[in-house]
Design a protein around this ligand. Structure first.
Ligand code: DOR
Ligand code: ZN
Length: 349
């Protein structure tokens, strides 16, 4: 790739999405084909109502996803369990022994959508963390403190000091993914930390800083959690993603909410990018002059961390302008994709 300045197309090993919200029911049926077109596999978030807390629930959810998959699309949902204060070590052992639960997710209580059942204090979970460390089951961490006295924009940086460092000191062999990192603090922590740690990065955090939420008025479709940060943080994320460091890999955090739930007095957090995620990542990597690093970030580093082989087959992205729809069906309702009505420069073949 380095021999061309502006290639007209790019072919890479079929990528995976290491952080995805598929929801359930008719909503899931609407969004699943978008992800399945773009990605071979996805780590499926467990923050349903009620959350997916047991291996049996994860198996049933997986069956519903596979049943909703349109014929001709191949896609493997990699399931996760939602950690609560009451998750038992036996449940974690069953998860590790299953061949379809690939990780356990930490939602600090109150941090985001459907996190009410999340963990109030990790000290409640030490037995469970011991089993995860012993079995190698990865721990996916939503890395934000929720204390009311901590500024919203500082939640991730404070989490590193108050939670992440003590956690990894106590469980040095635990496989940790710092999910959807948004700050230079997190990028630096992950790059420099000892032991098994990685981080996912969304396309929207690579492309936008927090100004985007307020450009010309309040723009709810740019509101997600962790919230977009200052430009210096975005630049640090781009540097990390395009560095070639195998600790950083792709996780869209595509999170569909119905239009009315976002365009509201108290709008939900989440950006819907499943339709055009690879196009957005390609744009971000091209702007950084790093198209040659996209395949490792999107298709190789994630499987290596999870101990899985890369996908078979490839995808091709063409340099072709196209305009995103204003809305897409979401069950009986509609979802507004990120960049709705905007023209973008890449298109998946
Ligand atoms: O913006 C977000 N939306 N962040 C999350 O952590 C959860 C997600 C959702 O489920 O809607
Ligand atoms: Zn998420």
């Amino acid at each position: 790739m380095s021999t061309f300045d502006a290639p007209s197309s790019l072919t890479i090993i079929r990528p995976d999405d290491w952080h995805l919200h598929l929801r359930d029911g008719a909503t899931m049926a609407s969004v699943l084909p978008h992800s399945a077109r773009q990605f071979g596999r996805a780590i499926v978030m467990p923050n349903l109502k009620p959350p997916v807390t047991t291996v049996a629930q994860a198996a049933a959810y997986r069956d519903r996803i596979l049943a909703a998959l349109p014929a001709g699309l191949s896609f493997e949902p990699l399931m996760t369990l939602y950690l609560t204060n009451n998750t038992s070590p036996d449940e974690i052992r069953r998860a590790a022994e299953s061949d379809f639960v690939h990780a356990v997710k930490l939602y600090p209580a109150g941090a985001t959508t459907n996190s009410d059942a999340g963990v109030t204090d990790l000290a409640n979970c030490y037995k469970v963390l011991e089993v995860m460390q012993e079995t190698g089951l990865p721990f996916l961490v939503h890395g934000e403190v929720t204390d009311g006295d901590i500024d919203l924009f500082d939640r991730e940086a404070v989490f590193i000091e108050r939670v992440m460092r003590p956690l990894r000191k106590n469980f040095p062999a635990l496989n940790v993914v710092f999910e959807h990192i948004t700050t230079k603090d997190a990028a630096q922590y992950v790059a420099e930390a000892e032991g098994p740690i990685a981080a996912t990065i969304t396309a929207h955090h690579l492309l936008y800083n927090r100004n985007e939420i307020f450009k010309g008025g309040i723009r709810p479709h740019y509101y997600c959690l962790p919230v977009l940060k200052r430009e210096e943080h975005r630049l640090a994320l781009v540097t990390a993603a395009t560095s070639g460091d195998e600790r950083f890999f792709l996780g869209t955090d595509s999170a569909p909410h119905a239009q009315g739930a976002k365009e509201a007095a108290c709008g939900c957090a989440g950006c819907y990018t499943a339709l055009h995620a690879m196009e957005l990542y390609t744009e971000a990597f091209e702007r950084a002059g790093a198209l040659d690093k996209l395949e490792a970030f999107a298709s190789l580093n994630g499987p290596a961390f999870y101990g899985l082989p890369p996908n078979e087959g490839t995808i091709t992205l063409n340099r072709e302008q196209w305009t995103l729809p204003q809305t897409l069906p979401l069950g009986e309702q509609e979802v507004v994709p990120l960049n709705a009505g905007e023209t973008i420069n890449w298109r998946m073949a």
